[in-house]
Design a protein around this ligand. Structure first.
Ligand SMILES: NC(=O)c1ccc[n+]([C@@H]2O[C@H](COP(=O)([O-])OP(=O)(O)OC[C@H]3O[C@@H](n4cnc5c(N)ncnc54)[C@H](OP(=O)(O)O)[C@@H]3O)[C@@H](O)[C@H]2O)c1
Length: 295
């Protein structure tokens, strides 16, 4: 059986409607089901909490909104009273999400972040529908890890195009609009791999280190106007692992300690909303969030 079939997972969790697949997600759900049985009574129900900050009325553009962090951030944002502008390539997912969130709260545009015009069109769709973009979550990303010696040049190119150029195109699509209005919030999603390189993460880490550098440049250039945040997530249960194209790396990843400790993407969405909820005078510039058990 193909790996991609074995590791697709479509069920939703009982108390949190979450993203729809990926092998980390499957491992997480299985492990959580086990630990829930063993959980002491005083911890029962803790997962039902909803830490929704005050982001009412914000218009938030989110790239990579068709799964993972982007999808759950959209859900939490609308639940907290925000409007969302959703971009990704998989139209069926975006359409279903807009239907779920309500057309008065959400709009989508099919967007390939490797294409600057697509990302500009996404921002324009949001401005047409809601009159402005208050915030950008530059989230779309891929992680086809492999050792450099394998020379998977196509994967390197795609990572650079999506994870670096995509972030730049996102900034480009909204920055003029935000500067004209004198305010705006930009959250760029890096990774703990953007703080540390490990074997097989060389290129992925390179792209995520770049996100940090770009964020810092943006912060300094726009000081006083734009609130810039870089978020560095550890291992969370999304579809990201499915973007690994090398079978041996995928297999190693699935067997790794990391796969045993992944946490739900809702925790990262809460961190994103926490950054977005800050008053204009304050910026959460950097935020590292990882499973407590991640080494
Ligand atoms: N999950 C983790 O443990 C983790 C840890 C650290 C950092 N991150 C970062 O978090 C971000 C979100 O990833 P995720 O974990 O939520 O994974 P995910 O579930 O795979 O989501 C990735 C999103 O990016 C979109 N995307 C990929 N290529 C795109 C393209 N060319 N144009 C537009 N959208 C594209 C995908 O949508 P389409 O395929 O529909 O286009 C999808 O919506 C990424 O930047 C990732 O590097 C994740």
């Amino acid at each position: 059986m193909k790996v991609s079939r074995v590791f697709k997972w479509g069920e939703t969790m009982s108390d949190e409607k979450t993203t729809s697949g990926g092998f980390f997600d499957r491992l997480f759900r299985r492990r959580r089901a086990e630990t829930e049985v063993a959980a002491p009574p005083q911890l029962a129900g803790r997962r039902k909490r909803q830490n929704l900050p005050e982001i009412q009325g914000l218009v938030i553009m989110i790239t990579g909104a068709s799964s993972g962090f982007g999808e759950v951030t959209a859900r939490q944002a609308v639940a907290a009273g925000a409007k969302v502008v959703l971009g990704a390539r998989r139209e069926d997912r975006l359409k279903a999400l807009v239907k779920e969130l309500g057309e008065s709260n959400a709009v989508y545009a099919v967007t390939d972040v490797r294409n600057c015009e697509d990302v500009k069109a996404l921002a324009q769709a949001g401005i047409r529908k809601f009159g402005r973009i208050d915030a950008l979550v530059n989230n779309a990303g891929i992680m086809p890890l492999s050792p450099l010696s394998l020379g998977r040049v196509d994967d390197w190119d795609r990572m650079i195009d999506v994870n670096i150029k995509g972030v730049l195109y996102g900034i480009h699509a909204v920055l003029g609009h935000m500067m004209e209005r004198g305010s705006g919030k930009i959250v760029n999603i890096s990774s703990v791999a953007g703080l540390q390189t490990l074997p097989v993460t060389g290129v992925y880490s390179g792209t995520k280190f770049a996100v940090r550098a770009i964020s810092e440049g943006l912060r300094q250039e726009t000081a006083g106007k734009i609130q810039v945040t870089t978020i560095y997530p550890g291992a969370f249960a999304t579809e990201l692992g499915d973007s690994i194209t090398d079978d041996s790396v995928r297999e190693a990843m699935m067997q790794s300690d990391l796969a045993q400790v992944v946490q739900p993407p809702e925790r990262v969405a809460e961190a994103i909303l926490f950054a977005l909820a800050q008053d204009p005078g304050v910026s959460v510039n950097e935020l590292v969030i990882r499973p407590t058990a991640q080494g």
